[in-house]
Design a protein. Structure first.
Length: 445
């Protein structure tokens, strides 16, 4: 009887302990933030609870180069779902050779090599013209980047480096990042410079040959709002690697009396999620050269901001939802890639859209809706587009590893499929390609 009571007591203690343990895990993960008076204890318990699943992911991701296992471990940048019944590589649907003009610079993952490579691709000839393959692990070794912001050795090593939105310069240098320090490498893949801050998403050149790129610190100055507050900012950087301007988007909203857009709407640690800074390179009745459009994904918000005066000139939420990639179309119109994501953050049962917003009459139009519907263009995250000279459109469907060209009638010119996501590619026209003179030059290894 004595042993039975002792067994029952031990069983009860274990049961209560597991109940408390489980409750702490539920509390921490459901709120997406271990915090409060017992924040450190909660963090330790959640870490312990994830050891089995994370161990399996580590083995699959880092020993077997399983990209699906890497998804959600150290970020979800590798999430990818292949289009069913579509063959890998280039498929041509048009007999007009003009529809095949142009080039693409993009980053693609190669399973046999276990890493991403940056390629300059000739569409018409279905040919890789040039390749960049820098020694990212060596670049990380000399970086003074704060690893509490991101573990470069784990999440941006050579096996996992993504090469976001590479800017190609005329001498063959490229500027890129992997939600990590911004780097410039030369045509031979040697490091020219790096900036030891966390940059992310788009990289865009302005009319003065400076680049604009989002920048991030967690929690930055706003820990009082959330322990893991994502403090997104805008950064203007010269081609020699000097930061010319840096400004928190949260500060911009506060100083323009717009922070209630965050406080009254958003729940979580990533209320801004800046994914595109589009520099304005000409004046109009609605903007001035030197302004920038900002895509604030988590609020489905687009802002026109004037850095010279620190003023928000215009802003609008929707009809787009969790949008990416803003471009200027003409003197009174912008176009916005609408990811059209449902409230549950799942992939929408509908397709993506491209909204044209007209400032003259304040209306929005989906000019390429037939193309998006007919060919099931539907990426939950990322993605971009470019309107071409003949009114065709270049579209990157990031989450499904597809790039395509089509028209407003819904016709495909060509599509390119890869067996990984294609992450922030860039279309280069025939005219733009003429300035590149490095292709035939040899590199000394």
């Amino acid at each position: 009887m004595k042993y039975l009571k002792k067994f029952f007591f031990i069983f009860l203690v274990i049961l209560v302990s597991f109940s408390i343990f489980g409750n702490i895990v539920i509390h921490s993960t459901s709120n997406n933030n271990p915090g409060g008076a017992f924040g450190k204890t909660e963090s330790a318990i959640v870490f312990f609870a994830k050891i089995p699943s994370n161990s399996i992911k580590i083995i699959k991701c880092y020993l077997f180069n399983n990209i699906e296992a890497c998804s959600g471990f150290g970020g979800d940048e590798f999430t990818y779902t292949k289009h069913k019944k579509k063959k890998k590589g280039l498929t041509i649907f048009s007999s007009n050779p003009n529809h095949l003009e142009g080039y693409i610079i993009f980053s693609r993952y190669f399973k046999d090599k276990g890493k991403n490579l940056v390629h300059l691709y000739d569409i018409k000839n279905d040919k890789i013209l040039y390749e960049w393959d820098p020694d990212i692990d060596e670049i990380n070794k000399i970086s003074n980047f704060d690893r509490s912001q991101k573990n470069l050795e784990m999440d941006s090593n050579r096996k996992r480096y993504l090469f976001y939105h590479p800017v190609l310069l005329s001498n063959g240098s490229i500027i890129t990042h992997s939600s990590s320090p911004l780097i410039k490498i030369d045509r031979c893949s040697n490091l020219v410079w790096q900036i030891d801050k966390r940059f992310h998403h788009s990289i865009n050149l302005d009319s003065e040959n400076n680049i604009w790129v989002p920048i991030l610190e967690i929690p930055g100055k706003y820990k009082s709002i959330h322990n893991l507050y994502h403090d997104d900012g805008i950064a203007k950087v010269s081609l020699d690697g000097t930061i010319l301007l840096e400004k928190s988007v949260t500060e911009i909203l506060i100083e323009n009396n717009l922070f209630e857009l965050v406080l009254n709407v958003y729940y979580g640690d990533d209320p801004i999620h800046l994914n595109d800074i589009e520099p304005v390179n000409f004046d109009s009745n609605y903007w001035l050269k030197g302004d920038v459009f900002l895509s604030i994904r988590s609020l489905s918000l687009v802002i026109l901001y004037r850095p010279s005066t620190n003023k928000v000139i215009w802003y609008k939420q929707g009809p787009w939802r969790f949008q990416h990639d803003i471009d200027l179309v003409d003197q009174n119109t912008i176009a916005i890639f609408d990811n059209n994501v449902t409230l549950g953050w799942d992939e929408s049962p509908n397709t993506n859209n491209l909204y044209f917003y007209n400032f003259d009459n304040e209306t929005s139009e989906k000019k390429y809706e037939k193309l998006f519907i007919n060919h099931n263009i539907n990426s939950r995250t990322g993605s971009l587009y470019r309107i071409l000279n003949n009114d065709d459109i270049y579209v990157e469907e990031e989450d499904h590893g597809r790039i395509l060209r089509g028209d407003s009638e819904g016709n495909l010119r060509w599509e390119f499929i890869w067996n990984s996501l294609i992450n922030w590619s860039r279309y280069i026209s025939e005219e733009e390609f003429k300035k590149f003179d490095f292709i035939e030059q040899e590199c000394q290894k």
